[in-house]
Design a protein around this ligand. Structure first.
Ligand code: ZN
Length: 157
């Protein structure tokens, strides 16, 4: 188990557009595993993108902690978006703030899984929001860049 250091806002690594993964090999699988370990070791995290741990590759792990399990996404791309909603988001890289962000209510995503197999996902609710938040990280975008309001986070939450 390797828990990686989470980079926080102000670090230029979070403002960088990440490179696509050419091949899902042993090194990429190891990175996905380390990212999952880091996510599970975090306080209330449900998603983590590679640049948050200083790796400029298009990799995301998500676990909504609702029993649906771990989702590993390599080179994810949103192929369809519908609807609009505003909800409150936080980020492991912006530990002391949360903000209200406008997102699509429904997304479709194409990606490769941890075995390198092409996959397709339809999502709404929290998963749709989480996917949009994490995929933004791969393009160097933080929720604070998009938020309509930003407020200090309640330290007890
Ligand atoms: Zn984030």
């Amino acid at each position: 188990m390797s828990v990686l250091e989470i980079h926080t806002a102000g670090d230029p690594v979070l403002k960088t557009v990440c490179d696509p993964v050419a091949r899902v090999d042993k090194k990429i699988r190891r990175t996905l595993k380390d990212m999952a370990d880091t996510l599970y070791a975090s306080h209330n995290g449900i998603g983590l993108a590679a640049p948050q741990v200083g790796i400029l590759k298009r990799l995301v792990v998500i676990d909504l902690q609702d029993g649906s399990g771990l989702l590993e996404l390599v080179n994810p791309v949103i192929t369809k978006k519908e609807g609009s909603q505003i909800g409150t988001e936080g980020c492991l890289s912006v530990p002391n703030f949360e903000g209200d962000v406008e997102r699509a209510t429904y997304v479709e995503v194409e990606y490769k899984d941890g075995k390198g197999q092409p996959q397709f996902l339809k999502a709404d609710g929290l998963l749709a929001v989480c996917l949009q938040h994490e995929l933004d990280h791969l393009d160097g975008i933080l929720f604070t860049d998009k938020a309509v309001t930003i407020m200090p986070k309640d330290p007890d939450e």
